[in-house]
Design a protein around this ligand. Structure first.
Ligand SMILES: Cc1cc2nc3c(=O)[nH]c(=O)nc-3n(C[C@H](O)[C@H](O)[C@H](O)COP(=O)(O)OP(=O)(O)OC[C@H]3O[C@@H](n4cnc5c(N)ncnc54)[C@H](O)[C@@H]3O)c2cc1C
Length: 207
């Protein structure tokens, strides 16, 4: 969302995690809210006098399936408004309706769902970035950079080490080293390589 900066008190932190009641609701749909305000670190990201509120919560794609376009749009509004009200109660009085300004502080609102992630990011089931739940493999169950097809590599948040900009950057660095070693531009260790590729082959067979 884009909001007027009057609603964000001075010295507000960039990142917030909101859990109003006990941790039993932590993993329930909409149970907790994550909020980032990048403009407190870099005001040039928004027009002067405004902040960006990047807000997200948990929800499964199943909750958004089988709806008509009208119902889908209405549900998006309903869920977003409830979350905005919770933020208004907890952190930003006047977010929706400022008594001082006599108008909403919100100047831009865009709502996404798991279906949005699936459509625009091609994420399986619209996930934020998949983490395998298989125990004991967990992260080791993810694809690494190499594939069973010679010369085909994969990289990004669906591969080890997983989601988030830092992990994705690391995945890219690992892949670059793998490719340069495979084409002979970087020194390689045949024994370690053979052991690693054998291990990855075993993990893929178990997947
Ligand atoms: C709402 C949200 C908030 C986030 N917040 C943070 C955060 O605060 N900090 C953090 O570290 N991480 C955050 N992340 C996670 C982070 O954005 C991702 O882990 C990271 O961007 C993944 O990078 P990637 O290159 O693997 O994939 P993406 O950034 O998803 O890029 C993949 C690209 O490939 C395109 N694509 C997919 N399929 C095809 C196809 N068949 N043909 C052509 N193009 C295709 C997609 O459109 C997309 O542009 C957030 C993610 C989401 C969804």
């Amino acid at each position: 969302m884009g909001v007027k900066d009057t609603v964000v008190p001075p010295n507000t932190d960039c990142h917030h995690f909101i859990l109003e009641d006990d941790s039993a609701n932590l993993e329930k749909p909409y149970g907790s809210i994550f909020l980032s305000i990048p403009t407190v670190l870099d005001s040039s990201l928004a027009p002067e006098g405004h902040h960006i509120l990047h807000i997200f919560t948990t929800s499964c794609i199943e909750n958004w399936k089988g709806l008509s376009l009208k119902d889908y749009e209405e549900k998006k509004e309903l869920v977003a408004n409830k979350i905005i009200s919770r933020l208004e109660n907890k952190l930003f009085p006047g977010l929706k309706s400022s008594i001082v300004l006599k108008e909403s502080s919100i100047v831009l609102k865009e709502v996404g769902t798991p279906k949005t992630h699936r459509r625009f990011l091609a994420q399986d089931n619209g996930t934020y970035g998949p983490i395998p739940h298989s125990i004991p493999k967990v992260l080791l169950g993810m694809p690494f950079n190499t594939t069973a097809i010679d010369g085909l590599y994969c990289v990004g948040d669906s591969c080890f080490p997983g989601q988030g900009v830092i992990a994705v950057a690391f995945s890219g660095i690992m892949c670059a080293h793998r490719v340069t070693a495979d084409i002979g531009l970087e020194k390689r260790s045949p024994v370690l390589d053979a052991a690693l590729l054998w291990l990855l082959g075993c993990l893929r067979k178990m997947a």
